[in-house]
Design a binder for this molecule. Structure first.
Ligand SMILES: Nc1nc2c(c(=O)[nH]1)N[C@H]1C(S)=C(S)[C@@H](COP(=O)(O)O)O[C@H]1N2
Ligand SMILES: [Mo]
Length: 363
């Protein structure tokens, strides 16, 4: 019995074999290959993508964005009107809250991310706070709900993809209504013609195919919001998934075995490289281990393209013949350090445990 019976929520599996449903999701939603961590800006097509339902077919001439709810003036904007507004451009690292989920045991059955659900793009669009300012926020407003054009069914309920931000977070100067990704119109899978980009937060709130912005006076519990809770059990009240936990990843060194991805490397001096980011403040350090997280060596940190984009790191490794388990571990200014073992939770959210890469150094 690989799959445990469904109680009220998420199904889990102790089996190393993925289910046909997980395979179906994995082929629709691809990750960023880890060797692409070499690019400070992930090329379009290599950037991970997650679409819960189907990618909607959007006619940009008929599409519009509506701003409504607890606002003085309801606004309806065409794509042309949005493109004509003042723009900002920012490099932003987005990570899916489910990144690392498939490494948990038992594994929550959902999109089976290993470690590749992260990427950095240069987003251009109009700052959200200016639009909310024009609409005029009324007293009592506490959250802003973002609704996409895509619809689906979850636990028997049909709904549009929607997610909210607390009002204060929505009014931050770096939140973008983006129509351009890496200098090109948004590709269909990344939200054409318009998406939200909320830097520092896990990806679920950066709503694609955005069509509605609703300012509300009650906590929003619709759309996908209920899914994004960190709970120890189905009965646990839990805490909402919000900003990205600190994480570092390395480009696996050497060359891989086709199936196992175990690495092979010649002895000598190697520069191990990777990227590091956090949604909870500046990154403080990255450490590298070659003995499976027993001993650590500080890595060198490079500069980020923006305060909300990942930073490069590197570490010189004098590799002698033998078997190694490489790990990287980061800390941020909020006092968080990546855990060495998994922090399990029911839905497999925000698992930022250290990456492990097995390397054979052979002449
Ligand atoms: N409308 C809509 N927006 C969405 C999603 C979705 O399925 N529908 N997926 C979310 C999730 S879970 C993530 S991690 C990011 C992924 O963005 P990307 O596909 O551009 O990398 O988009 C978010 N925005
Ligand atoms: Mo996600």
């Amino acid at each position: 019995m690989p799959v445990s019976p469904r109680r009220s929520g998420t199904i889990h599996s102790d089996s190393p074999l993925v289910t046909p449903e997980e395979l179906g999701l994995a082929v629709r939603n691809h990750g960023t290959p880890l060797e692409a961590l070499r690019y400070s800006v992930t090329p379009i097509g290599m950037h991970y993508t997650l679409c819960h339902y189907d990618i909607p077919d959007v006619d940009p001439r008929r599409w519009s964005l509506e701003v409504e709810g607890r606002v003085r003036h309801r606004l309806v904007l065409s794509l042309e009107a949005l493109q004509a507004r003042p723009t900002m451009t920012l490099s932003v690292t987005l990570e899916c809250a489910g990144n690392g989920r498939a490494l948990l045991s038992p594994r929550p059955i959902s999109q089976p991310w290993v470690l590749e659900a992260v990427g950095t793009a240069v987003w251009t669009g109009t700052p959200l706070w200016t639009l909310l300012g024009e609409a005029g926020i009324l007293a009592g407003a506490i959250e802003v709900v973002f609704t996409g054009l895509d619809r689906g069914v979850r636990d028997g309920h049909e709904h549009a993809y929607a997610f909210s931000l607390p009002l204060g977070e929505a009014l931050r100067e770096d939140v973008i209504l983006a129509h351009t990704m890496n200098g090109q119109p948004l590709p269909p899978q990344h939200g054409f013609p318009l998406r939200l980009v909320a830097p520092g937060w896990y990806g679920m709130v950066s709503v694609k195919w955005l069509t509605g912005i609703t300012v509300v006076a009650e906590p929003f519990r619709g759309g996908e919001q209920e899914v994004y809770w960190i709970k120890q059990s189905e009965e646990d009240e839990g805490v909402p998934v919000t900003r990205m936990m600190v994480r570092s990843l390395m480009v696996p060194p050497g060359i891989p075995d086709f199936l196992t991805r175990r690495r092979f490397l010649a002895p000598g001096r190697h520069i191990v490289t990777g990227r590091v980011w956090s949604g909870h403040g500046a990154v403080r350090s990255v450490d590298v281990s070659v003995d499976g997280a027993k001993t650590w060596h500080p890595a060198e940190l490079g500069a980020a393209e923006s305060p909300v984009a990942w930073r490069p790191w590197s570490h010189v490794w004098l590799a002698e013949p033998g078997e190694y388990e490489l790990c990287c571990r980061a800390s941020d200014d909020s006092g968080h350090t990546q855990p060495i073992t998994q922090n399990w939770n029911v839905r497999g959210m925000a698992n930022n445990a250290v990456q492990r890469v097995w390397v054979s150094v052979v002449a």
